[in-house]
Design a protein around this ligand. Structure first.
Ligand code: NAG
Ligand code: NAG
Ligand code: NAG
Ligand code: NAG
Ligand code: NAG
Ligand code: NAG
Length: 194
């Protein structure tokens, strides 16, 4: 009985460590991209992007779709304009994040694929590609970033209601599913520790 409990404890502890590690690593990549982009904005005398968690929620939904797809010379920031992926389940992503299409229409969604998300290459994929035209645009004021596998997705928001990414339950906090999952695993690990 006690050995079963110990095995379970070890299992959950291991899971929690692996998952929290992964989360911290991918948060690092997201923060480093935002910092890099904001340095780029500052060098152009533009205001820095403010973190937009609702845009990050949508970015996470989109990154989930790309996860596992290999990087090629026609994906991510190399995509030829007009051939971007159009997700039939996009309305589901919006609903998941409690977003209304009328508050996201002016935003900009930019997926990039870089093996192992090497931070320098990731930044170049945004600042030295077709995306730079949006990054230097004064109409964008906020940014949400999420990553999955080799993919990182940047979603830009504006200060107008058409691009604010405000949720229809503005007061509600929406945990990203991955965060929630890690939290539950973490709690379980703590529980088994007792
Ligand atoms: C940014 O502003 C400074 C001071 O106003 C100016 O000297 C510099 O040329 C500007 N840089 C750009 C890229 O506009
Ligand atoms: C992309 O890769 C394919 C196959 O490797 C190659 O034929 C094509 O020329 C490349 N396109 C560009 C724009 O580099
Ligand atoms: C989305 O916005 C439109 C126009 O403002 C409104 O008619 C619609 O009810 C909204 N949908 C949701 C789910 O809030
Ligand atoms: C983006 O990253 C990929 C993978 O490293 C690379 O092949 C591509 O050239 C990069 N694009 C830009 C514009 O930096
Ligand atoms: C923004 O970037 C695009 C593409 O690199 C360039 O054509 C444009 O002149 C830039 N605009 C400003 C205001 O720097
Ligand atoms: C956008 O709105 C925020 C919050 O209302 C404000 O702090 C910021 O200065 C605005 N940015 C621009 C460029 O208007």
């Amino acid at each position: 009985m006690s050995s079963l409990k110990n095995t379970t404890l070890l299992f959950f502890l291991f899971q929690a460590i692996v998952l929290i590690n992964h989360q911290v690593r991918s948060d690092d990549e997201e923060d480093s991209l935002l910092q890099g982009i904001n340095k780029y904005r500052t060098s152009l005398n533009l205001t820095a992007f403010v973190k937009n968690e609702n845009a990050a929620c949508l970015a996470d939904q989109i990154a989930e779709q790309y996860k596992g797809e290999p990087c090629t010379n026609s994906t991510g920031s190399n995509t030829i304009i007009g051939t971007e992926n159009h997700f039939p389940n996009y309305p589901d992503f919006l609903a998941h994040c409690k977003l209304n299409i009328s508050n996201t229409a002016d935003g900009s969604i930019m997926p990039a694929c870089v093996p192992n998300l090497d931070p320098t290459l990731v930044l170049w994929n945004f600042t030295k590609s077709q995306y730079s035209g949006d990054l230097n645009d004064t109409k964008y004021t906020g940014a949400g970033i999420a990553s999955e596998g080799d993919w990182i997705v940047l979603v830009l928001s504006t200060n107008s209601s058409q691009g604010s990414y405000q949720t229809y339950k503005a007061a509600g906090f929406i945990p990203r599913p991955s965060h929630l999952f890690h939290f539950i695993v973490f709690l379980m690990a703590c529980f088994f520790f007792l």
